[in-house]
Design a protein around this ligand. Structure first.
Ligand SMILES: Cc1cc2nc3c(=O)[nH]c(=O)nc-3n(C[C@H](O)[C@H](O)[C@H](O)COP(=O)(O)OP(=O)(O)OC[C@H]3O[C@@H](n4cnc5c(N)ncnc54)[C@H](O)[C@@H]3O)c2cc1C
Length: 390
């Protein structure tokens, strides 16, 4: 939806077809962190690619102020910072890392009097840094992006739709059968930004590359009445955060602490109950003064979708490229919510390099694309609303 908005703003005519609810899959299941990649540089090395991600929080902030390439005015920020904290044993390592050049002033040490409320307890002995990263109200941002492009978003039912490759040009066209009438959608570019769905879509058009990889996670959700929201990565002995906590408001006024990080990465094959027990122990170890005895617990198994990397490495840039074996198909994965603006810029570069230029007279308000007689998708509910009821 970021890309759709961006294309319209650049003067392109573009439509989005969604087969379920907007943002289902990864986006509504994400922790909503718009980060500069610092958590991926805990081993101290800042790669060229992580420089690309470093500019993303400022990019999103410009858009939230209405000064960027997509208008996010009215979007809510749940937190304008994220903490990096360590239990006492890892404190020395954290301090060394954060004092190094790698962080380039993107993290500030938090004094005892400014500690987040959750960590204000005499039992807390670790150190805390504040990152410029922010956390967004993701469903709200999705709604905003959808509203701005609502006339160009449709629901598609693949039982009644198919791709067809034209022999003369090799270009792929989309045909949608709609109650006896066939809608033929011809476009200069078909852009697949369907997360995991890209794998199947690429197969449907006969593309031989790119391939996709899945990075499975099992997140933990804790719904409770503890009054304080908290957003932080706890650093352990590894170079990936031991535990990442983000807080999300629920419709009934309670909140969910959403737990990711190593706990979610190494527990994918555990039964939900076993993982919940581990999460309870972890929170009791790290925050023993927080009483979660009346909390409700659930887990969510979800895969990240990424372009296939050598050695299953983590991509740290958005991916977009023309698919091989077909003429007018781009496959794209942001790989992180943070990188949605980066993905859009990469797609625009691909279009421009192929001479696919916007018709600049064709402003969105002129509605040059005809209205299609197709239903509209809704925004996907966040996983905690599904797990704990509405
Ligand atoms: C647990 C978790 C936490 C995360 N936390 C963060 C975070 O804090 N910060 C961050 O930057 N990133 C985070 N990420 C990564 C981030 O969520 C994803 O990279 C990003 O949301 C991917 O967006 P997407 O639109 O490409 O895919 P998705 O969000 O998966 O959306 C794909 C969309 O395509 C639709 N679709 C699928 N197949 C088809 C089809 N055949 N036809 C039509 N439509 C189709 C789906 O219904 C869906 O609406 C997290 C990921 C996970 C899993």
């Amino acid at each position: 939806m970021w890309l759709l908005n961006r294309l319209h703003n650049e003067g392109y005519s573009a439509l989005l077809f969604e087969h379920d609810a907007l943002g289902s899959g990864q986006t509504v299941a994400s922790q909503g962190m718009i980060h500069g990649g610092i958590k991926y540089t805990l081993n101290g090395a800042l790669s060229g690619a992580s420089e690309a991600i470093a500019s993303m929080p400022a990019h999103w902030r410009n858009c939230l102020r209405g000064e960027g390439d997509v208008d996010l005015r009215g979007g809510s920020i749940l937190s304008d910072h994220f903490y990096l904290w360590s239990a006492s044993s890892a404190a020395a390592k954290l301090t060394t890392f954060l004092a190094s050049k790698a962080t380039r002033g993107r993290a500030d040490k938090v004094s005892k009097k400014d500690l987040p409320t959750v960590l204000q307890n005499p039992q807390f002995k670790g150190s805390v840094y504040k990152l410029v990263d922010m956390v967004l109200d993701v469903p709200g941002i999705l709604q905003l992006l959808a509203n701005q492009a609502s006339e160009h978003i449709y629901k598609i039912n693949w039982r009644h739709a198919r791709f067809d490759s034209q022999p003369q040009t090799g270009a792929t066209t989309l045909h949608i059968d709609n109650g006896g009438e066939t809608l033929n959608i011809k476009s200069k570019a078909l852009i697949f930004t369907a997360g995991q769905g890209n794998e199947k879509l690429l197969r449907k058009v006969g593309a031989s590359a790119p391939a996709m990889q899945r990075r499975p996670l099992q997140q933990v959700m804790v719904k409770h009445r503890h009054p304080h929201a908290f957003y932080g990565h706890c650093l352990g002995a590894d170079t990936t955060p031991r535990l990442t906590i983000s807080s999300h408001p629920c419709a009934d006024g309670e909140q969910v602490w959403y737990l990711g990080g190593s706990i979610a990465e190494r527990s994918i094959s555990l039964p939900s109950g076993t993982l919940i027990d581990q999460a309870k122990t972890e929170l009791k170890t790290l925050l023993p003064w927080i009483d979660l005895s009346a909390a409700q617990w659930a887990t969510l198994a979800v895969d990240r979708a990424e372009p296939k990397q050598r050695n299953f490495a983590r991509p740290d840039q958005a991916y977009a490229d023309w698919a091989e074996g077909c003429n007018n198909v781009i496959a794209a994965w942001p790989t992180k919510l943070t990188l949605a603006p980066n993905l859009s810029s990469e797609v625009l570069k691909l279009l421009t390099d192929r001479g696919i230029a916007p018709d600049l007279k064709n402003k969105p308000e002129q509605k040059v694309l005809p209205h299609l007689p197709l239903p509209k998708p809704t925004i996907a509910p966040p996983p905690w609303e599904l797990a704990f009821g509405r």
